[in-house]
Design a protein around this ligand. Structure first.
Ligand code: NAP
Length: 496
């Protein structure tokens, strides 16, 4: 068990409140993973002061020099990959092959930043006047608040930290209360890589207290938030009042469509990985399966057999497929949705109960659950459950399948299994989601491509790839007039 402290201006600090909280292993509640300061607005104020000061120097460091630090961070993360992955499994429960992938996403994002530092392009455009040049550049904004959820403890902080810092901003990160340790390790790696004091600070504590303090502070120029749609709306509201830049990556209710001509074995592997990977606690998790009528009965039979073979247990065991839920409260939420599904008249195909055999009795395990005969309007088909619960819906044909796919308030990820090229293209065109997969599951983003969703999944920004840099920079349009005369756009003519 490690005792963590806030890291502000290059120094470890306790909270001025003197309070702490502990983080426990969801697969083994007896294990305390770490103890953390329970910070207050006073601690946030200190971090913001340090970050403001650091910004004045950091913004002048050339992009390629900043990117060298990002490369060093990637190298250190590569060395520590296994240790960080194991810490993550202990901290939030997902199985070790997935936590290795989570750390790898951090490494990839750091390496992408190391390249991006030498190629962040502006535009050069012709002027409508003679002897005048026009171009754009991108500049940093200042001190950012980065607020992250618990389900991707390295990947999501990385998606924010690397583009934010590479762009010349400074930041305070407030990680989720369930996963503070991994974020703390990442901040130390960046410090070791050469990020100067004050440029990146971490303050631990509750969202309602220090998250709110970040939102309301007048020296914070922007908030980059990933989390639930409910908290996202609150953040958007406060940022709107003070005109802070605000990027929101929120919830999902993702659907996999399997058409009658699909490769069913492939679609089955896709839905098992999409629905029960990370115990269903991914924003892109497959929580709805939409089957075309002719293959419905066959597919649910195949699904039942394979779902029941999934092995539950402590994610550090390489043989385990499904780890625990992150907390007791999350398990209760999942179970309450199972009760709702039953009351709504859906048929429970498998699962629907707590799993407490052997060592699993000490953790927050829940059996992978499948409901069939689900109607698109039922709550289990509409609301984000964030657990291992899959709702299977029957569609008469392709058109109805796409209508069901789009029939939620969310719009993050969708997947269509078919061999029909025309239907695949039509689905890509019609899907109201920021990410569309053809013949692949709803999960599996790559760091160099835009990531984000439509409708209640966000406010139009995209993390990942080059688009993340658009969030963290301001476009500056530059006109240089070398004519030596007064020239007037829209008024002068070239014949003059
Ligand atoms: P959450 O409850 O919304 O919390 C997210 C973060 O916000 C946490 O750090 C939380 O702190 C903080 N927070 C809570 N209340 C706040 C407030 N009033 N002001 C400022 N910050 C506040 O979400 P979660 O349970 O951690 O994560 C699950 C959700 O994230 C799901 O809805 C999932 O779909 C979504 N998600 C979306 C994406 C995406 O890219 N679209 C990716 C991953 C997850 P505490 O931990 O201290 O409460």
């Amino acid at each position: 068990m490690k005792e963590y402290k806030n890291f502000i201006n290059g120094k470890f600090m306790n909270s001025q409140s003197g309070r702490t909280f502990e983080n426990r292993n969801p697969a083994d509640w007896d294990e305390v993973v770490g103890i953390f300061p329970k910070s207050t607005a006073d601690d946030i104020n200190v971090a913001i002061e340090a970050s403001k000061k650091a910004y004045k120097k950091w913004r002048d460091v050339p992009w390629p020099k900043r990117s060298e630090i990002m490369r060093r961070a990637a190298e250190i993360l590569i060395e520590k990959k296994e240790d960080v992955a194991k810490l993550m499994t202990r901290e939030m429960g997902k199985v070790i092959k997935e936590t290795r992938g989570d750390v790898q996403e951090g490494i990839d994002t750091a390496l992408y930043a190391s390249i991006q530092g030498r190629k962040y392009y502006g535009y050069t455009l012709p002027s409508e006047l003679q002897n005048k040049s026009c171009w754009t550049r991108r500049d940093p904004l200042g001190v950012w608040g980065l607020i992250t959820p618990w389900n991707f403890p390295i990947a999501i902080p990385s998606w924010k930290i690397f583009p934010c810092l590479l762009s010349g901003n400074t930041a305070i990160i407030k990680p989720a209360t369930y996963t503070p340790a991994c974020a703390g390790e990442l901040v130390q790696i960046l410090h070791e890589a050469g990020v100067p004091d004050g440029v990146l600070n971490i303050v631990y504590g509750g969202g309602g207290e220090i998250g709110e303090a970040l939102l309301h502070h007048e020296d914070i120029v922007g908030i980059s938030f990933t989390g639930s749609s409910d908290i996202g709306k609150r953040i958007g509201e406060v940022c709107g009042q003070t005109l802070k830049r605000c990027s929101l990556e929120l919830g999902g209710k993702n659907g996999e469509v399997v058409l009658r001509d699909a490769n069913l074995d492939l679609a089955l592997d896709g839905v098992l990985w999409g629905a029960f990977g990370t115990t269903g606690q991914r924003c892109t998790a497959t929580s709805r399966l939409i089957l075309e009528e002719p293959i419905y009965d066959t597919f649910i039979e195949m699904l039942k057999t394979k779902t029941e073979k999934l092995r539950l247990g402590n994610g550090l065991d390489e043989r385990v497929d499904v780890g625990p839920l992150v907390s007791e409260a999350q398990r209760e939420t999942v179970h309450s949705y199972v009760e709702i599904g039953k009351k709504e008249g859906a048929t429970l195909l498998t699962g629907g109960e707590v799993y407490a055999e052997g060592e699993c009795a000490r953790g927050w395990f829940y059996r992978p659950t499948v409901f069939v005969d689900v109607l698109p309007t039922m709550r289990i088909a509409q609301e984000e459950i964030f657990g291992p619960v899959l709702s299977v819906i029957k569609a008469k044909n392709f058109e109805e399948a796409i209508e069901i796919l789009n029939g939620t308030v969310y719009g993050l990820s969708s997947s269509i299994y078919t061999k029909d090229l025309a239907k695949a293209h039509k689905a890509i065109e019609r899907a109201e989601t920021g990410i569309v997969y053809i013949n692949a599951q709803t999960i599996g983003a790559e760091c160099h491509l835009p990531f984000g969703g439509m409708k209640n999944t966000g406010n139009g920004h995209r993390e990942g790839g080059w688009t993340a840099y658009e969030i963290f920079t301001e476009v500056k349009t530059v006109y240089i007039d070398y004519s030596g005369t007064l020239q007037k756009a829209q008024i002068d003519t070239w014949e003059k």
